[in-house]
Unconditional design. Sequence first.
Length: 142
Amino acid sequence: MAAKKKKKSKKAVKAGASARATKKKKAPAKKTKAKKTPAKKANRPAAKKSKKTAKKKVVKAAKKAAPARKAQKTVKKKKQAVGEGDYAATRRFDADQASFVKQNKAQIPAMGKAAEAALDGPDGDALRAAEANAAGRSRDTF
């Protein structure tokens, strides 16, 4: 089956083109904000000033005359991360280790030899068992 193309007349083609050209898209509606007008004060005749208003004026005048104090900045405490991201604990640990090494720099080799002697002595089995127990709870593998 051969598809037959229908030929449009020149007038129909021109009419369709002009109809499309004359159609315009509508612009979106503009949003308008409601304008707020300041409240008007009622015109009242001058009356006696009450004691409260007189006191308020005195307090305001005293505040203006007093030197301005600087506002104190409130320091927000950071949330403390506990667990594997506890950076403050890591810094404390590193500082403690560094201070121990600095204070006992001359005694550290002697401490190591004393620990070796303890492993070879009568308490060696108990020390090795304690080491194995601690290593079993550790996430590091030795």
